[in-house]
Write a protein that binds this ligand. Structure first.
Ligand code: FAD
Length: 287
């Protein structure tokens, strides 16, 4: 498989990359290439110009600023997974990053690439939705911040315009006492998830988030499940109710008409159970 012919530029700064994006219609940013290059090889994408941002070290790195982690778009997924700062401040994010493909893919693939690509079975977009992340998009027309809830529009579709560069992601740090869970099922190690669930519960503040990914066209919060966690609290006695509520939320938001879709929805129930049980165990409750 070979891609169609394309032009290639390798800017030396983010500003230069933004200029290159503004000058060509339909060009594509090349980050880790782990999704874009296969699409080009199958000729499902035929961009006339690639803007390679791999040399832009200014876009890589993880820092803590004002109660949030600022993660540069060119931060490799492996760095996210192994970062002591992420593991300490937002452990559910490091745990989810571990499930992205194989280690070779995590070594090349980037946080920004995964988010801009917007695969409904991808872990990092789901974590952005769970944690109320904000994406920073820069174009020749200016800079805008988009909340994760508005960012993912549908299957492989986000709000990123062809002339926009995703430069960084801001992810609020949950309170120190918050507990979390993450679980996903894939048919083989390294495959995209059939379905997965992540949750974060702050019992002191009375807040709870639960996201399901895989069955719908974009990662989705599950409001009925979140309400049980928020109102009744975390308890092993309520795990089944939370899992049922998450399943009902997903069914309401999707049209599970074929066998695979039904299988994905059933997998959400099992993954919700596991993720919520993990969070309950962090509270010290045992049976
Ligand atoms: C075998 C295999 C298994 C995989 N398994 C998983 C998995 O289990 N979970 C998972 O989440 N992913 C998986 N992936 C995908 C992988 O995580 C990719 O790395 C990721 O989806 C894209 O990141 P990238 O840096 O490689 O982006 P690229 O492939 O370079 O780009 C992807 C898209 O995003 C755009 N883009 C990239 N960066 C920016 C930016 N900064 N601003 C604007 N647009 C940008 C590109 O133009 C392109 O359209 C797998 C890939 C393979 C090959």
């Amino acid at each position: 498989m070979k891609p169609a012919q394309f032009d290639y530029v390798r800017p030396q700064s983010a500003a230069e990359a933004v200029r290159a994006l503004a000058e060509s219609d339909d060009c594509k940013v090349l980050a880790g290439g782990q999704s874009l290059v296969p699409l080009m090889n199958f000729r499902l994408a035929q961009p006339p110009l690639l803007v390679d941002i791999n040399r832009l070290t200014e876009l890589a790195g993880i820092t803590e600023v004002d109660g949030a982690l600022r993660i540069g778009a060119m931060t490799r997924t492996r760095r996210l997974e192994t970062s002591a700062l992420v593991t300490e401040r937002i452990p559910v994010l490091a745990a989810a990053a571990h499930w992205v493909g194989h280690v070779q893919i995590r070594n090349r693939g980037t946080v920004g690439g995964s988010i801009a690509h917007g695969d409904p079975s991808a872990e990092l977009p789901a974590m952005c939705v769970l944690l109320d992340a904000e994406m920073i998009l820069v174009s020749s027309g200016g800079t805008r911040a988009v909340s994760a809830g508005d960012f993912f529009e549908g299957f492989l579709t986000t709000v990123v315009e062809p002339d926009e560069l995703l430069t960084e992601v801001h992810i609020p740090i949950p309170a120190a006492g918050a507990v979390w869970g993450f679980s996903e099922y894939a048919q083989r190690a390294g495959d995209f998830a059939l379905a997965g669930v992540g949750c974060v519960v702050d019992r002191h503040a009375g807040t709870a988030g639960l996201v399901a990914f895989g069955p719908s066209e974009r990662p989705m919060r599950c409001p009925s499940a979140e309400e049980i966690l928020r109102v009744d609290g975390l308890s092993l006695d309520r795990v089944s109710d939370v899992a049922d509520a998450a399943t009902a939320d997903v069914v309401a938001a999707t049209e599970a008409v074929d066998a695979e879709a039904v299988h994905r929805v059933a997998t959400v129930r099992a993954m919700a159970r596991k993720a919520v049980e993990q969070a309950v165990r962090m509270t010290g409750e045992q049976r």
